[in-house]
Design a protein around this ligand. Structure first.
Ligand SMILES: NC(=O)c1ccc[n+]([C@@H]2O[C@H](COP(=O)([O-])OP(=O)(O)OC[C@H]3O[C@@H](n4cnc5c(N)ncnc54)[C@H](O)[C@@H]3O)[C@@H](O)[C@H]2O)c1
Length: 434
């Protein structure tokens, strides 16, 4: 171990990042930028090719940065796990989605573990970063990789360190966001800390891998539950005839004891709608119902249906039926200024509208195509022409480059789920909020 730490400190190590997505690519770039020879491993040959060509497919990572690192011989990518025979430290950033049944799908973690196990050798550090249920690292990941007699904490080192990347966040990125690390043993944590100190400014050590797994789930459950709470406030305010946005803004002036969350059309992305369900699934195994998670999940999951209800009301107020009406969705990504439409509420809203025989289209400059099992759409190329043609325009994502005053002027009817039109003088009869 002393030898591995010494080599990590002197940057005489070869790093691999498994899974070059929204999390893995920025991490690989940070390691390489710190002067550590870094190889990305991904099953997606197109991504691998793009990295090796010096290009980026993650908006937060500029292509020029990758290009320079590839040219300097610090960053490369491959689909071939056999590169691990020369690698000292591996970070695993593969997806952790849900199955159709809403149970955790850790098959990507298991595949990555099998790939690593085949190449496992002495003096190797493996850090799992993918969000998962407490116990995965020690009970599932570790037995899968360490079957060839190497002792954990002495010959090989295993830790969990949750990724906290927030795509599109210009202030908090991989380097300046504190990183929690929990080792399977104390020595595992020491080795992992030595590595991440090169890429991240502040390390937060915790006593075990399971604690580190639980930290991530607390963080994401906190967001999910608070979003569920404010979404319920939106439903309550609607019944009271009160503007929920005005209530939230005024409450947020309290300088202590309140944290602002805003209502919206539902949860999206690869984290907040999914990760807490990993925890509630685990708790079911232990015969405990994680009630806050179940409740918030239910409220958030019903928001798209509520939005469709608002669209129905809006059309009705203008004497139009749902059937046959042209509905334009503005914004398909799950949050502003990102290209990620995974789990986006736009998907559910479109599906519900299509099942009511509406003629649905969408516009999102970041998301050129959108589909689910029953439909496939391409983003409308001319936003204002689509706005003029629509019977109702629905604002789902508040990208910062949309010209809302122009949209508000040209649309005949609007449902604004993001308060994007706040401050714009409007004909109240043509705008419906949440
Ligand atoms: N996206 C976020 O904002 C975010 C934030 C924090 C944590 N996380 C967590 O990080 C993990 C990764 O998320 P992401 O958004 O980067 O996912 P992603 O889908 O963008 O990237 C995952 C990558 O892993 C690759 N992959 C899949 N199986 C593989 C295998 N067996 N070997 C090698 N590569 C493989 C995929 O091709 C893909 O490129 C998830 O557990 C997620 O919950 C994501």
């Amino acid at each position: 171990m002393a030898n591995l730490i010494k080599r990590i400190k002197s940057k005489d190590v070869h790093i691999a990042v498994v899974g070059l997505g929204y999390v893995g690519l920025p991490l690989a770039v940070e390691f390489a930028s710190a002067g550590l020879r870094t190889t990305g491993i991904d099953v997606n040959a197109e991504k691998v090719q793009q990295v090796n060509d010096g290009g980026s497919y993650v908006p937060d990572v500029p292509g020029e940065r990758i290009k320079a690192l590839v040219a300097d011989g610090l960053l490369s990518a491959t689909t071939d796990y056999s590169v691990l025979k020369d690698v000292d430290c591996v970070s695993v950033c593969v997806p952790t989605p849900l199955r159709k049944t809403k149970d955790p799908d850790i098959s990507y973690i298991l595949d990555a573990a099998d790939g690593i196990a085949r190449m496992l050798h002495k003096d190797m550090l493996i850090v799992l970063e993918s969000t998962t249920y407490p116990g995965t690292t020690e009970e599932v990941f570790l037995p899968r990789i360490s079957s060839n007699g190497l002792e954990v904490g002495k010959d090989v080192f295993v830790a969990f360190s949750p990724e906290r990347v927030d795509p599109g966040n210009k202030t908090w990125q991989t380097r300046n966001t504190p990183k929690v690390i929990g080792g399977v043993t104390e020595r595992c944590a020491e080795v992992a800390t030595a590595l991440y100190q090169h890429a991240v400014e502040e390390i937060v050590p915790v006593s075990s891998a399971t604690v580190a797994e639980m930290v991530k789930l607390l963080e994401n459950t906190f967001r999910m539950v608070n979003i569920g709470l404010v979404n319920e406030m939106a439903l309550i305010c609607d019944r009271l005839g009160v503007n929920v946005w005005e209530v939230v803004e005024a409450a947020a002036t309290k300088p202590f004891g309140f944290m602002k969350f805003t209502p919206g059309p539902g949860l999206g992305g690869h984290c907040i709608p999914i990760d807490p369900l990993y925890l509630s699934w685990k708790m079911k195994e232990l015969k405990y119902t994680a009630r806050f998670i179940e409740l918030a999940s239910e409220i958030n999951a019903n928001m798209p249906r509520y939005v469709v209800g608002r669209i129905t009301e809006a059309l009705n107020a203008h004497g139009k039926p749902m059937k046959g009406s042209k509905i334009l969705i503005i914004g398909a990504a799950y949050k502003p200024d990102v290209d990620d439409a995974r789990e986006s509420p736009a998907l559910d809203i479109i599906t519900l509208l299509a099942s009511s025989d509406c003629r649905v289209s969408y516009h999102d400059p970041y998301v050129p195509r959108l589909s689910n099992e029953t439909w496939e759409l391409e983003s409308e190329s001319d936003l204002m022409a689509a706005v003029r043609a629509a019977d109702c325009v629905v604002i789902v994502t508040n990208h910062s480059d949309y010209d809302w005053p122009q949209v508000a002027k040209e649309a005949s009817l609007l449902v604004d789920t993001r308060n994007a039109l706040a401050g714009i003088p409007l004909d109240e009869k043509k705008v419906f909020g949440l």
